[in-house]
Design a protein around this ligand. Sequence first.
Ligand code: OGA
Ligand code: MN
Length: 296
Amino acid sequence: MSFSLHPITPDFAAEIGDINLREPLSEEEFTSLESAFNTYSVLIFPDQKLSEKHQMKFSSRFGPLETSIQKFRKGVKLRLGPKFADVSNLGPDNKLLGEDSERRLFNSGNQLWHTDSSFMEIPAKCSLLYAKSIPPVGGHTEFVDLRAAYDALPKKIKDDIKGLVAEHSIRESRIKIGYKEFTSDEVSSMPPVPQVLVRNHAGSGRRTLYLASHAARIIGLSDKEGKALLAELIEHSTQRRFVYIHRWRANDLVMWDNRNTMHRGKPFEDLRYKRDMRRTTVRDVASTCEQEGIHP
Ligand code: OGA
Ligand code: MN
């Protein structure tokens, strides 16, 4: 291993030093990184100077990159290439989004606990978020350890939720923040998708919850029961003891595992300060139901 690994917590977050992500990784470095990523769900690479190309190249070592859903949205002009989710508060002209900006409201959905792309049949394996510039205060990102949260559940609840499947949709999380601008074409092109509630984490073999604010209901339960169970599990998982708070420095690249974590962005004075954050997202190998051998 040619880089250095500095655990921040015993088995959830670690910082990786002595590596330059602009340079191609050797097979050996890649294998060591993957192995670190199986233990630590959040890896922080400080002090990286990355162009869009560098970020895409490094990210795609972990699998195929998603194309941003923004690309398919009507009338949305992109500031970054189509392989990027632009989670900044900037428009295509690099100026701050205004108070009434539709994208500002849409992106505020990232302040709800979620895991990326669980509203897609094959959701995200991992995300890589690069901080090109950050505000002087606020705008942290919180990550929750869903393997630890699963381990800490009482046995009765583990038994009760075994084999359950939830339906996730982007509309659900956006309705929660008051965003209603989806066209009927968008609604029909992004139907709810089934995702297991508990899954095996491929990298470590540990069981994990799989939760997000995109989850709307649980198949086989009434709306009321399903929502109550989802709320209870999210409340359990997001206790402070399971959370790592990342306080960004400019030029941090943070990579997280979407298969066993949730995250959310914290507010900052976004009408006053720039926060230029760019995410690449790696697709998982198959839908969660297929991976668990469940056919809803
Ligand atoms: C994301 C995300 C939160 C943040 O990039 O997927 O949810 O703090 N970001 O920007
Ligand atoms: Mn996200």
